[in-house]
Design a protein around this ligand. Structure first.
Ligand SMILES: *[C@@H]1O[C@H](CO)[C@@H](O)[C@H](O)[C@H]1NC(C)=O
Ligand SMILES: *[C@@H]1O[C@H](CO)[C@@H](O)[C@H](O)[C@H]1NC(C)=O
Ligand SMILES: *[C@@H]1O[C@H](CO)[C@@H](O)[C@H](O)[C@H]1NC(C)=O
Length: 439
């Protein structure tokens, strides 16, 4: 699989074949942190390498630690006494594809790491353990909607599992509308999840007949899909107004074959086998499609009448396939986090994922600047939950051979895209708590 240093991504990357986050009906958790609006210009030099951000001090002061957290800087620190926020015995929402404990993962060492924000110094406190009581205090009377693919579902599951240690939620499904709900009545909090792998309107145009119905589209890895890059999927945007937080993400599905539309007209395609269309395309690469989709969705949230909540964009969580891809025997057998090299460079990242990351950060910055200019931040607020580097350092966090079991999803017998639960992405809830506490 072609890989590229994150630092090299500004030099231009080629696309990579890659896995797709499958449909999953449930899951939870959350994310991230950060405290400032970045000007778009700042991002023109952004990389996951050792770039120093203006104003980021190394003195370990609280502001410096918050800044490092917001930028995803830090390291995984071993803590032999760390306990998972929940287990497969204390949370019943963990789905098979994430249930590494049930599927015989040989060691629980991957749960003994905590994220310590910082820029190489040792001054910052590691995150966690997750304070569910504090989280509940902050969100009393509020609700949170997660929209995205199966990784968003995993985040939901992680959050609901962590919170369920304090109050067991009531779970319900609105199958017709496609929403799943968890309610915590004693704490006045509710979580909803909607599966939308591209955030914008889309339609699978080819696949097994039984898979093409609207409710089953995500279960096939066939394609292509028609993607309407300028039309937010209104099945969830229409619901967004009734939530105080909307946690958005979308990445891996954009690597699939697709025909791109804008203003109802074809503007390009990816892996579509039509060389004429490719030659004249306006939108040629998955990351450009993704950037256009995020622009449409963030713009819609900012304009949405009645939405005065906070929109939180979670960045791409990298895959870790080695010796092949998801479709041909790639695996991820690491048993501990990766560390940075001496010069502060993070490990390499798949080229397409690095491009997705860049597109997300740029689009977030542009939307945040536009929102601030428009109305003094009175309406929708935007926050970035930057998990990319943190997750890039966790090749040991995926199910590998201890996920699906029984060939439940074709192509994912070895899974280096999703994450074990409990596991590395539980830290996303700590990040989410930080964001909520500071918004
Ligand atoms: C939880 O994991 C253990 C192994 O750690 C396994 O024996 C048990 O069956 C699992 N339980 C559930 C409910 O998945
Ligand atoms: C591409 O365009 C040429 C010339 O117009 C045409 O002959 C050919 O059939 C087209 N190919 C496809 C795949 O549409
Ligand atoms: C948004 O703000 C308006 C005016 O302040 C308020 O009436 C409305 O209830 C708020 N909506 C939400 C979802 O909080």
């Amino acid at each position: 699989m072609k890989r590229l240093s994150i630092r090299g991504l500004l030099a231009g990357a080629r696309r990579t074949r890659h896995a797709v986050a499958a449909k999953a009906t449930t899951s939870v958790p959350a994310l991230v942190a950060l405290l400032f609006f970045f000007a778009a210009a700042t991002f023109s030099v952004f990389s996951l390498g050792s770039f120093r951000w203006p104003g980021a001090a190394d003195d370990g002061g609280a502001a410096a630690c918050d800044a490092a957290l917001a930028r995803g800087r830090g390291e995984w620190m071993r803590d032999a006494g760390a306990a998972p926020y929940y287990t497969n015995a204390t949370c019943g929402f963990i789905q098979n594809y994430q249930n590494c404990m049930k599927h015989g993962r040989p060691s629980m060492e991957f749960l003994r790491w905590r994220w310590r924000p910082g820029d190489g110094g040792e001054g910052c406190e590691p995150l966690g353990p997750f304070d569910a009581a504090r989280f509940f205090r902050l969100v009393r009377g509020r609700s949170m909607l997660f929209v995205g693919d199966s990784l968003a579902s995993s985040h939901v599951t992680s959050l609901v599992c962590a919170l369920s240690q304090v109050e067991a939620p009531a779970r319900s499904r609105d199958a017709a509308a496609g929403f799943e709900h968890w309610r915590f009545p004693a704490h006045g909090f509710a979580v909803a999840y909607f599966w939308t792998p591209f955030q914008v309107r889309w339609r699978l145009t080819r696949g097994p007949p039984e898979a093409v119905g609207p409710e089953r589209q995500g279960e096939v890895f066939a394609g292509p899909s028609d993607l309407h890059l300028d039309e937010p999927d209104e099945r969830w945007t229409s619901a967004a107004k009734s939530h105080d937080y909307v946690v958005l993400s979308a990445s891996h599905w954009f690597a699939r074959p697709a025909v791109y539309y804008q203003h109802g007209r074809v503007v390009g395609c990816h892996d579509c086998g039509d060389s004429n269309a490719t030659a004249t395309a306006i939108v040629k690469q998955p990351e450009h499609a993704q950037q256009a989709a995020f622009r449409a969705v963030l713009g819609a949230l900012a304009r949405l009448d009645g939405f005065n909540g906070t929109a939180i964009l979670r960045t791409v969580a990298p895959t870790h396939y080695e010796n092949g891809g998801w479709f041909d025997g790639g695996e991820c057998t690491a048993t501990r986090p990766a560390s940075e090299s001496e010069d502060g460079a993070a490990p390499e990242m798949a080229a397409t994922e690095a491009e997705f990351y860049r597109a997300q950060v740029e689009e977030f910055a542009a939307a945040a600047a536009a929102a601030a200019a428009r109305n003094g931040g009175k309406r929708a607020r935007l926050r970035l939950m930057d998990v990319t580097r943190m997750m890039l350092l966790r090749p040991d966090g995926h199910p590998d051979r201890h996920g699906h079991g029984g060939g439940e999803h074709d192509g994912f017998e070895i899974d280096c895209l999703h994450w074990c639960l409990p596991g590395a992405i539980d830290v996303w809830n700590d990040l989410l708590l930080q964001i909520i506490a500071s918004s």
